[in-house]
Design a protein around this ligand. Sequence first.
Ligand code: BGC
Length: 802
Amino acid sequence: MMPEKISDWELTYTDWNSEQQPLREALCALGNGYIVTRGAFEEVNAGGCHYPGTYLAGGYNRVETEIAGHLIENEALVNWPNWLALTFRPKGGDWLKPDTVDILEFSYRLDIYRGVLERKMRFRFGDEREFSLISRRFVHMEKPHLAAIEWRLTAHNWSGEIEIRSCLDGSVTNQNVERYRQLNGNHLETLDRGLDGEDATFLTVRTNQSHIEMAQASKIHVFEGEQPISTTRERHLENDRTVQHLTVSCQSQKELRIEKIVAIYTSRDFGISQPTLDACKAVRRADCFDELLRSHERKWRHLWSLADISLHDGNSHTQFILRFHIFHLLQTTSTNTIDRDVGVPSRGWHGEAYRGHILWDELFIFPFLTLRIPELTRSLLMYRYRRLPEARYAAKQAGYDGAMFPWQSGSNGREESQDLHLNPRSGRWIPDNSNIQRHVNAAIAYNVWQYYQATHDREFLAYYGAELLLEIARFWASIVIYNGDRDRYEIRGVMGPDEFHTGYPDNENPGLNNNAYTNVMAAWVLRCAVNVLDFVGKKRGQELREILEIDDEELLRWDKISRRMFVPFHDNNIISQFEGYEDLKEFDWAGYREKYDDIQRLDRILEAEDDDINRYQASKQADVLMLFYLFSSDALQELFEHMGYKFDRELIPDNINYYKSRTSHGSTLSRIVHSWVLARCDRKTAWELFEQALHSDIGDIQGGTTPEGIHLGAMAGTVDLVQRCYMGLEMRDDVLWFDPLLPHELSDIELQLRYRGHWLWLRLTDEKLLVSCERGCPHPVKLGFRQQVYELGADETREFSC
Ligand code: BGC
């Protein structure tokens, strides 16, 4: 499963393995925060183990399907025309297909320092003609509209003519996820196709509902060394494809070089006249492959100079995988994403799982981005701000005030969670209630506040962030129900992060009462909202109160609720995941581990056995433990005391132990949280979980989900464990606090981060933490280390003994 070779910056597969190909396509996807294209071979169409998907950040479309007697509408991340399409054959012979030739030598290498995918393949056709191919390609990181492929082709035992075929193929549909194949996957219609100049073609398509246009233009040339060689060129326009057909003569042992340069524009782009026109213009003006590669590599070098985390410990696996995760984070959202109206998809733009939707995973993703490229987080938060009207409408429709953001968000912020989902084990379509995970609202508010803490960006807070926070607070204040017997506020009928528990057993209405995580987060949001007006300046604060019609009474009510939220406990100091969790049956973990190889998705296993996971104390992922992940023990103590609960710190390890043995880690996010909360009290298990989280995608530990898209939250979470958990980093009260603890398995961590306009360089070893202020604002930054606050000025370094 794992790549055969990993160095600090490269992974290499040295065999052709059709079973592994879907996984490799997702792991070797190339992108630039604008588009992402899977690592499929150029010469294949979708089918069998091949799926050459191309996705546009935020490129969604809605279609209807009739399923199990219901007409359902799904909004999907669209698979756009395949620009990779390139193949060849000896004249009159068979076209190259990896599945039909004899592959004699093979390597597939992803260079994450340069963002280049390379394949070397020596192969023999059925008629004994033998060739070598070296293919390299990239999706340009600096010029987001360009991508390029180079093929170096050598015939070994043969001379004669070869035919080369290059296409822009719009005959694609959405077919990546097997579970969704019964859903309508036809999203595109061809608008236009044509020839441009002597050497190019273009294809323009449009989504059939959202009417996003995409134009692709491509040119192709053949060289011997640097010299273009003469070819016979035919160009055909088919219904949904453009084809360039070149015939060239090829001499044994003489390498031919083929360059395909592609430009992609959409109707969502800025600074353009019209996609087709701009795509043709860009491809005409584009440099040759080598020149483009130079500027692409330069951009990656610059990105790495701010984003790298170096471990210096000779453990190349850990080092590589961390960088690999940073690589995919930056391919999904990069500086090219800034100002585009897109959010962060939980599965990258690497496949069609979750249909490219935006869930709460940004909670795990933003800390890495904010502390490197804060403008990017700001832009991604604006995705939420622009959908505030839709969230207000959703709240109103549900009978609440304020703004209620959807669990799954796509184009316009409508709830995109599906109504039914397929259990592949049982083949049954089951009602999907995951959209009652209202905690996504708390995550958005928390993210706004964390962004402000990291950047001190008052303008954002004053004009966008505070409004998000206030409207979300208002929603929480309207969803709570006062329980006079308890003299406490409650939230009923919701789901927490643990998606196994959708309701009470034998109760046909979905939803649980008083999910502790949701209630505590609601209290936190309300408390934060009461104070946020103090941070935006008097005038703006007054304006916001007028615009949102917030009076003193409402603020007093928010304050009161935040002090009287109900939190369920059992066994003295165990925070109950929800009211009644402790009454559920204990689950037979040992028995099921024996019965099934993999019990991560117990919900599916039990449903297929006609049982129901809701009956058991078995969680898919961290729920209560999310609290210890998001808040330090000091912050949590303060919050619980604010709510009128005694908070004995001893309850933290007790709760961790309780839930640790009741969690299947059916979500890749779960191990991140468990590793984080165990980092200080059970370092061995914490490291094991960290390692498992590192392997989530590269080892496809869920057995088949990564080919449908990477798990961006888990990827970012592993990086953030190194960045914030091991450094003990916390942004609180205008101070950047450190309380480091290096895992025994590491000897050294070096990284840079941006905090309130400063660039800080950090190095942590067993003995010391070094912090220098490399460049940035002239005023000093406040650092906290073990209860003491220090000031650090420009060009200064401080050393703390660990
Ligand atoms: C998890 C969710 C998560 C989603 C996307 C699910 O398996 O339960 O918490 O948001 O995956 O990563």
